[in-house]
Write a new protein. Structure first.
Length: 180
C-alpha cells in the first residue's frame, strides 16, 4: 500500500471514528440520512483531504484497497460506518494542552493542518491518540484562527492522566497540560 493510500484511509477512518463523528455536525447530520451512506466526493472535498489529493478516483481506489475498521464503501462511491457510534465520556480521556503558538503568529489553513499532524505525532510518543482538536477563536478579528491550544483525546482516562502529569516541551515551549 502506498504512503498516500495509507494516509487517505487513515483520514477517512478518523472522520468516522467514535472520537470524531459525534463532534462533526456536518458528517453527523449526513450520516443520519440515506441509511448512513455519504458520497466519497463530499468527504474528499474537505480541506484536509484536498491536501492529500484532489483526484476522487485516487481516493476511491485507496478506500477499496482492503477492509477498513470503521467504514465500508459501496459500488456507487459512498461510504458509511459499519457499526453505531459507541457512547463514552470523551472528556475523561482528554488532555488540554497549551503553548503551541506562543508568538500568536497567524497561520494559514495549510499550516494549521500540518501543525495538527505534528501535534498528533508528538503526543503519539506518549500514548494512543484518538483525536487532536485544534481550538480556535470564536469571535473578534481573530475569529476562526488557531488559539495555540488543543484538546488531545487518548484511548483511556489513565493515558490522559499520565500525559497530563508529564512535563513536555514542544519546539522550545513548555506545554501547559491538564485533564479536561
Amino acid at each position: 500500500m502506498s504512503d498516500l493510500n495509507a494516509k487517505i484511509r487513515k483520514q477517512f477512518e478518523f472522520y468516522f471514528s467514535d472520537a470524531n463523528l459525534p463532534f462533526d455536525r456536518y458528517l453527523w447530520n449526513l450520516s443520519k440520512e440515506n441509511d448512513g451512506w455519504i458520497p466519497v466526493s463530499s468527504i474528499a472535498s474537505f480541506k484536509k483531504m484536498q491536501t492529500l489529493t484532489k483526484d476522487l478516483d485516487v481516493v476511491v481506489a485507496a478506500l477499496k484497497e482492503g477492509p477498513l475498521e470503521f467504514i465500508e464503501i459501496n459500488d456507487e462511491k459512498n461510504v458509511r460506518r459499519k457499526e453505531p457510534v459507541k457512547d463514552y465520556d470523551h472528556n475523561a480521556q482528554t488532555v488540554y494542552a497549551k503553548s503551541f503558538n506562543p508568538d500568536r503568529k497567524k497561520l494559514d489553513a495549510g499550516e494549521v493542518l500540518k501543525l495538527q499532524d505534528d501535534i498528533q505525532e508528538f503526543f503519539e510518543k506518549h500514548g494512543k491518540v484518538l483525536a487532536v482538536r485544534m481550538r480556535r477563536f470564536s469571535g473578534g478579528p481573530l475569529k476562526g484562527k488557531f488559539k495555540g491550544s488543543v484538546y488531545v483525546e487518548f484511548s483511556s482516562p489513565e493515558e490522559a492522566e499520565k500525559v497530563a502529569a508529564m512535563t513536555l516541551e514542544y519546539n522550545g515551549s513548555t506545554l501547559q497540560l491538564m485533564t479536561k
